[in-house]
Design a protein around this ligand. Sequence first.
Ligand code: GDP
Length: 456
Amino acid sequence: MREDTIAAIATATGEGGIGIVRISGEDSLNILNKIFCPVSGKINNRVLSYGHIIDPDNDKTVDEVMSVFMKGPHSYTAEDVVEIQCHGSVVSLRKILALTLKHGARLAERGEFTKRAFLNGRLDLSQAEAVIDLIKAKSDKTFDIALSQLEGAFSSKIKEIRADLVDILVNLTVNIDYPDEDIEEMTYEKLEEGLRLVNNKIEGLLSTADTGRIINEGLKVSIVGKPNVGKSSLMNALMGENRAIVTDIPGTTRDTIEESITIRDIPIILTDTAGIHETDDVIEQIGIEKSKESFNKADLVIFMLDASSQLTQEDYEILNHIGERKAIVLLNKTDIGKNIDETEIKNVLNDAFIIETAVREGIGISALADIIENMVYGGEVSQKSSLLVTNVRHKNILEESNQSIIDALDLIAAWQPLEFIEIDVNRCYELLGEIIGETAADDIIEKVFERFCLGK
Ligand code: GDP
C-alpha cells in the first residue's frame, strides 16, 4: 500500500540558529525538487546541498537553506526522507512547511515519523519508546538508560526470555500432540526448571523497576521539622551547585516550597514543609494540610531536629507521624552541642537512619547523599547498569507475564495436564511480545505514539 508523504517542523518552536523541516515518504524528493533550487544544480543522496527555497507560484525566495535527501531504507523512517535546514525563525519554518504541504505532503501526526520507523521494522516498540525518553531526558542517567534501550539492550533481554519460552512451548506442543511418539519427554521436573529460569529473569528485570521509576520521575523527598531547626539551610546546601530546575509551584503557600535538584545524578523533588503539628490557627492549618499532603506522598522523609536542645512536644508529634515511612533523621546544629537523646528517637523509628549534621557548616551533607544514593540503588541494581525498567507500560506487562509463569508453576505443582500449562506459558510469550510490539494490538501502538511531540 502506498503511504502518504508526511511533513512537519522537526525542531522546537522558538528562536534558534537553524530549524528543520522534515519530509518522509515516496514523494519527498519530488516535493524537494519543486521548492528547492540547489546552487550546484543537483541533489545527491545523503549529501548536504546549499540553495534556496523558492515558492514556485511566484518565484519568490522564501529562505536560504541546506537540504539533504536520504534514500530509504537508510533513513530514520526507512522511507525516503528529506530534511531542510533553514533559519530558525517560526516564519521561515512555517512557510517552508506550508510549501511542502501544498506540493503533496500531509501534516504528520504526533510521533508519526517514529511510528513509521517502527512499522517499517527499523525500531521495535520499546526502542521507539526510548526515542521519547531520550528527547525528554533531563539527567545523564536517564539519557544513558534511554540510549541503551534505543540501541536494543532491553529488547534483547525480552527476546532472550521469549526464546526460552519458545523452546518450552515447542516441547510442550510436541508432547501434547504426539504423546505416543518416541520423542524427548517433557517431564514436569524439566518443565518446572525451564519456567523457574524464565521467572528469575523476569523478576530480575522487575527488581530494577523501583530504581527505574525514581531515576525517571524523581525521588519525592519531604523535609520536616519544627521551625528554625535548619530546613531551609539544608535545602540551600543541597541545591548548591547541583541546582537543576527550580520550580515555583503555583498555588502553594509560603509554607511549602518545592524544588527539583539532583543528588549524585538522582533527580530529587524536594519539599520543605512548614510543619505537621496540630493547630487552631486557620491560616497555619492550610499550610499544615499542604505539608501533610506532600509528606504523605513522599518516598522519603528527612526529619530534622535541633540536636543542641532536647526533644520537644512538637518533635514527638512529627516523630509519631512518620510511622513506617522511609526516614532519615538529621540531628542538626551539632556544632553548638548535643543535648538530644538519640535512644528516644530510635524507640519510635527503629529502622530510620540517624546522622549528625551541621548543615550551616556543610557537615553531614555528603553522608546524607551517600544514604540517599544507597537507598535508590539498593539491592541488586548497580549504579553503572543502564538496563533498568523505567517505563510503566513495560513494568505492568512484566508483572502480568510473571504472574502467568507463577500460575503455570502452580499447575505443575498440582500435576495438572500439559494443555493447561501451555495456556499460561503461551500467554507469557504473547504478553512479552507486547513490550517490543510484536504482538501489540493497534490501540496499544496508538497510545505509545500519542506521547510523542509533533515532528518526531
Ligand atoms: P528552618 O526554619 O528550619 O528552615 O531553619 P533555617 O534554615 O532558616 O535556620 C534557622 C537558623 O538556624 C538560621 O539562623 C541558620 O543559620 C541556623 N542554622 C541552620 N543550620 C545550622 C547549623 O548546622 N548550626 C548552627 N549553629 N546553626 C544553624
